[in-house]
Design a protein around this ligand. Sequence first.
Ligand SMILES: *[C@@H]1O[C@H](CO)[C@@H](O)[C@H](O)[C@H]1NC(C)=O
Ligand SMILES: *[C@@H]1O[C@H](CO)[C@@H](O)[C@H](O)[C@H]1NC(C)=O
Length: 987
Amino acid sequence: MKKIIILLLFLFILIDKVYFIHSFENQNENENENQYQDQIKNQKNNSFTNSDYWLERYLLKSSNPSNKSNFGNSVSISDDFIAVGSPYKTIGNSTSQGEVNIFKFNGTNWNNYQTIIASDGESNDLFGFSVDLYNNYLVIGAYEADVGNNTDQGKAYIFRNNGTQWNQEAILIASDGEAYGRFGFSVGIYNNSVIIGSFSPTLYENHIKNSAPNPNSNPKEKAYIFRNNGTQWNQEAILTSKDPQGSLFGYSVDIYENYSVVGEYGATVGSNMYQGKCYVFKFNGTNWNYDQVLFADDGNSYEEFGFSVSIYGDYIVSGAIYAKVYEIYSQGKAYIFYNNGTSWNQNCTLIASEGDEDEDFGNSVDIDQDNIIVGAYFADANDNSQQGKAYTYTRNGSEWIETGILIASDGESGDTFGTSVSISNDFAVIGAPKTNFDNLTFAGKAYIFEKLLIPDKVIIVNCTPLFSEFECCWEKKNLIYEKFQIKYDQEWINVGYQIEDTSTVCENFDGFFYPNITGNEFYSIQIRSCNLTYEICGEPSDKLNLTTQVDTVQDLNFISSTYYINISWTHPDVPIINSIPKLDHYMILYYLENDPSNISNISISNSSNSYILNGLKPVSNYSITIYGCISLECEGKDQGENITNTVTTSPGLIDNLECYVYNISNVNCTWTKSEYNQTTNYLVIYQSNLLDDFGNFTVIDISTNFTVKYSNMNYSISVSACDEYSNCGLENTEYISTNPLKAPSIRGTIGGIEEISIIFSKVEYSEGYIISIDNGINWNNLSELIINENSCEGRQTNIEGNEEQSVCIRACSENTCNEIVSGITSECENVTAKLGYLKTFECNKIKNGFKCNWETDNLTSGLKNFSLSYDSQEICLSPNERSYQDTNLSGKEYTITIFESAGVNCSYSSYSGPSSSREVSTENSQSSSKSLSTGAVVGIVIAAIIVVIVTLIIVIRKKYYSRRRGYREVRLKGINEVSDDDSDGLY
Ligand SMILES: *[C@@H]1O[C@H](CO)[C@@H](O)[C@H](O)[C@H]1NC(C)=O
Ligand SMILES: *[C@@H]1O[C@H](CO)[C@@H](O)[C@H](O)[C@H]1NC(C)=O
């Protein structure tokens, strides 16, 4: 009776005009992707026993979830595509018309790709009740589609992927279809052939009532083969059972190459009603013929073998959902049949490792390559009734090993996870059409689990302790892993990727790359291999203990002298406890290189880090080895790593080095003879503290005189004793300062036109002089310098006229001076230069007069006004004026003279500049105009003679200044003849 109730219960779900009433509370789910990711993370742990691990990775939902659409009622995966059917989806106003969602894997994610509906879909077609994908073909069953006037005759649709989208390519209809034929209840596809089951639940219902098929009725259930001949899909065969009508042939179908298999779970085997069968058909190139009928060799009544079926290669798997397992009813089994070339033989029976009563293990099955998945959609999980589970199996030779129990991380009671299943080599897809979320009932989900390899336990071959490092080698078991990890009493750390294809991996762990590794330290090591992308690691190796050896001492340094070598070092890389390194002592071994048999050894406290080897031979090579030791002997395997150097003793220090400076930069040094009796000469090295005056030379004597470059500078002078092979000993150093140059004394200053001249005393040892015209603040080389026997004459141009300057002078020890190498500043003297020439001065005749324009140079800040005179008038113009005109003149010649003036009201002072004159012949507009009077001509001639004489005197007196600016002569053509005239006359 119980069987019957279960069957009835199942029937309700199957026919689905009435929804299964869930016993669980419909929680108000607030799902979001993060929560989901957190949940699936929680499933990770580090203790796996299987070599495969199926990790829940993706959750699929309809792009437009809706109430009671039963997304996940059917699923199929092939390559990068997954098809999920929602047969009860309302499309427009059509309830239960159904749709199929396509998802595509982009390498990291499964994304919604396309939603498919039938071109001619109608209400209650249940399009998507069954789906099967193979490469770029997708077959979809719509078993309640009406055909013409035939209610529920059923249709199947072929969709093809053209590379960018899936398009409907054909609608398959049974050639002999009838009402309620329910063609498309089950579908299968392989390459260009499909199989469609035509199964009528009405018949099933009748037989529940009648208990068994009527043995006298002819079979009415069928399966159809269609094949694409390259242009269209044609019906190729109609497959039928040999059992009477009502045996439910066609409830499940599948096809692979030349074999197709049709489940018939209502078949009677012997006297066992509903034990179930599978029919295998074989295509001989023309016809599909009966090949074999399969049934479970341990089958019982009402176990319903053939409820689900799948074929791949030489294997067929079929579920018997109500199979009894030991004394547990309706736990379910799946049977595997193997084709040995002549016949199909029962190969193995799959039983859920966590199976229980009424779980219906085997309600769905799929096989692909070496993977099988079996659904148990009524299994309880996490105390949730009928949440559902799926089991995965992997073939190992002739055995099929359970490799995963797949449970949805967010599952709830009544989800029926496992209603549909599909597997590929990397992914398993499981439909859960009765899941509720977002307040939607039976919106449905599908879950994708990814197959990952659990790395095997690592077997350490050996770990060798070295100096603050160790090397470990371990066996590499499975080749697929991402990284190894090592743990040495620490966190797990990653140690490199899979690279070499050898069976043993060796890795050197040295303290440089793994700073937690030091010398003379105990380590307990474990290694494991991991798939780090998913943080899945295999079982760690057994622990291996070792103690690293003492590392080499560091920063070894030697100071050698005549009879000793001072050795210093820093502690090796070992733990330092209370500033004492973790080792017993240091040991130094040393010997004369030409006498290696005569080794001396010295033990030194572990807290020391320097030692002086005494009583050595001068200028000899010593081999010196130092160890950090962790045994008293510091020999054999416990010794630390040694470091050996060859050090040569030196001829030693010279004594009593004394140096002094005489004059400005002459140096005298003396010292006493070196005690080393093979000294042949002495090396003298001198160097200034700031500038690059340095040099070295050897002397045989024990004194030397030499001259350094700079005055007023600090020098170091080092002297060391050397032998004939240029082995020199430690240097002895003296420091001296060279003397500053004396201050010159100023003997006179003269202010010239925008320049000053200075005469000053010559300073002994000097080679040059620099001048300051701002009271010693800034210093420059002189514009011109003449060094006489006892005095010097300098000239500095570009000096502002009519400005008092405080002029100072310094001597330098170099030709080109700068402040660093200069001596003491002289007393400063005040001097004022005169204003300069106008830069331009032009006068032109204009109507009834003339007009003059002029410009000054840049050094005119001392300018007070311009003094302009002509025709015995003197005009005083402000410093801003740059032109002057007079138009009240009669036609005659005028001489116009102008100069810059420093005086008040144009008065001529000693700081005024030299004048410039222009002659202008104004227009003779009136008949009364006349040329210059005789008296004027005589006056001009006399004036010109005076000017020539004065100029001559000046030229003679200024023989040193012949290159003065302003002595240019400019002659303009025409009436504007110009003669620049230096008429200062004051020098
Ligand atoms: C749905 O039904 C309504 C009312 O019967 C009708 O107006 C509307 O056009 C229908 N929509 C579709 C998509 O068939
Ligand atoms: C795959 O799709 C996801 C979104 O679902 C996206 O974040 C990711 O960048 C895609 N990867 C590639 C390789 O396109």
